[in-house]
Design a protein around this ligand. Structure first.
Ligand code: UDP
Length: 254
């Protein structure tokens, strides 16, 4: 089979031309970066796990009518997605203080925030993804006010749903990052969830021990990175261990 044409290579994923117009193939690498790519490494098997975890979460979100770019998983490392025009904004939702908000505002990590907080960062590696306000986003035309209404509404629904889903398997959803795109279909434009949702872009803590089960293990050299990603998949019921018996679905925690 002819090699697919590569359209874009990012830090953790590669995008290839899809089999039909309007589709792309998203390939998940094992490469990991942190601190605006100053720290680089490999997490063996990460691509396979993130492909599977993101498939699972996007499929669950589609079941509650969140529009996403996800079509279907093709193999261990690739998924078929709809081609969208990416909005150059990283949308971060925080439930508990950690990472940059803890540092910037001097809030001890682990403090539950008074309510979920949504922040925006302009996607620009050269500038180190600076934080921006809705004012900047609409003034510079990165997204329109109606786009932003859709984005905030979808983001808060996604946060509520994923918080509950993870809590059900003994994981606290501390914060996460989303990206959205514009999908043009039947002469209409819709804002849809794009990119991926995985331990690369979520903070996930064990409910009982607060042990980190996400990319902070890589950022902070905590070790057992592969094991943590695997444990997230295992709890979600999507890590085949002893065959199909283990693929039933999420394991409810008491
Ligand atoms: N995040 C991400 N990509 C980025 C920046 C942040 O996926 O370029 C995620 C990160 O994994 C965390 C959340 O967004 O779940 C909030 O990150 P924070 O602002 O605390 O920044 P960080 O600690 O990653 O520098």
């Amino acid at each position: 089979m002819a090699r697919r044409r590569q359209l874009y290579e990012g830090k953790a994923k590669i995008l290839f031309e899809g089999p039909e117009p309007g589709t792309l193939v998203q390939y998940f690498k094992d490469d990991a970066t942190a601190f605006n790519a100053q720290k680089k490494g490999t997490i063996t098997g990460k691509g396979v796990l993130n492909n599977r975890i993101s498939e699972f979460l996007m499929t669950k979100l589609a079941e509650i009518n969140i529009p996403t770019h996800f079509i279907r998983r093709l193999n261990m490392r690739e998924q078929l997605i709809k081609e969208v025009e990416i909005i150059p904004i990283e949308v971060v939702v925080r439930n508990i203080a950690a990472g940059s908000i803890a540092q910037r505002l001097g809030i001890p990590e682990g403090t539950r925030l008074p309510r979920s907080i949504v922040e925006y960062y302009y996607k620009n590696d050269q500038l180190g993804d600076p934080m921006v306000a809705e004012e900047h986003i609409t003034a510079f035309g990165w997204a329109t006010p109606p786009d932003m209404d859709d984005i905030v509404h979808l983001t808060l629904r996604i946060n509520d749903f994923l918080t509950g889903l993870f809590l059900g398997v003994g994981i606290t959803l501390v914060d996460f990052k989303l990206e959205f795109g514009r999908l043009y279909e039947n002469e209409e434009m819709r804002i849809v969830l794009a990119d991926e949702i995985s331990p690369d872009n979520c903070r996930l803590w064990d409910v009982k021990t607060n042990e980190k089960m996400d990319k902070d293990r890589f950022r902070r050299d905590l070790g057992k990175i592969e094991e943590a990603y695997q444990e997230v998949a295992r709890r979600l019921g999507i890590l085949p261990e002893a065959g199909a018996r283990d693929m039933k679905g999420p394991e409810t925690m008491q």
